[in-house]
Design a protein around this ligand. Structure first.
Ligand code: AMP
Length: 215
């Protein structure tokens, strides 16, 4: 059995940043439904167009689509433990994940809730840019793209901003989080799997908190 964790928290809590670090340092596998859907939306199919519209509005994509994506990746990406990043986001998804883990003879080591102030989320997200090559996250105020225009991690000169990182979509994404995803905090607390950490600190400080939970 391997170590599997869920990173739970609102948009901008730092789930992707911490997931990538765990991939690099522990050889775990990041399963980000947001990344999978961003790939799906580029396909010129009816499903791709529908997903793009829903994402740009900041709403949740239907459970059956994301559960299908996770199921597919759990079949083919099995390695040294999964980091579920941005999944589950509803109780139905949480139930589906429990079934899938059982099917693979796996269990969750922990559900890490990354707690961040709402005002900070707005700042993190509306000023966010990521490296197109390695996904390193920059912020116009707190961690600007280096003046030589090269990513600190991989040296790439290409950066992108997400279509849904604007104030209007963000407001909807936060509403969806509080309406549909935050009940999972109670659900995993009651299951005895919830670990709360402060997601406000520097990347290394947050990483240390997560490491404490995992070790
Ligand atoms: P993220 O990159 O995790 O912030 O996700 C970006 C967008 O993808 C969300 O605002 C949703 O529209 C969609 N999405 C990602 N993960 C899920 C999920 N587990 N369930 C439903 N929609 C999702």
């Amino acid at each position: 059995m391997t170590t599997n964790i869920i990173l739970l928290g609102p948009p901008g809590a730092g789930k992707g940043t911490q997931a990538r670090r765990l991939v690099d340092e522990r050889g775990m596998t990041q399963l980000s439904t947001g990344d999978m859907l961003r790939e799906a939306r580029t396909s010129d199919t009816e499903m791709g167009h529908r997903v793009a519209e829903v994402m740009d509005r900041g709403e949740l994509v239907t459970d059956d689509i994301v559960i299908g994506l996770i199921e597919e990746h759990m079949e083919k990406d099995r390695t040294n433990g999964f980091i579920f990043d941005g999944f589950p986001r509803t109780l139905a998804q949480a139930d589906a994940l429990a079934r899938l883990l059982e099917k693979h003879g796996e269990r969750l080591a922990a559900v890490v809730e990354m707690q961040v102030d709402d005002d900070v989320l707005v700042k993190r997200i509306t000023l966010r840019a990521t490296c197109a090559e390695c996904g390193a996250v920059y912020n116009d105020e707190m961690r600007p793209i280096p003046s030589d225009g090269k990513c600190e991690t991989c040296g790439s000169t290409e950066f992108k901003r997400r279509e849904d990182d604007n104030e209007e979509s963000l407001k909807q994404r936060l509403l969806e989080y509080y309406k549909k995803t935050s009940p999972l905090i109670g659900y995993y607390y009651a299951n005895g799997q919830l670990k709360r950490i402060d997601g406000l600190g520097e990347i290394d400080e947050v990483a240390e908190e997560i490491d404490k939970v995992l070790d």
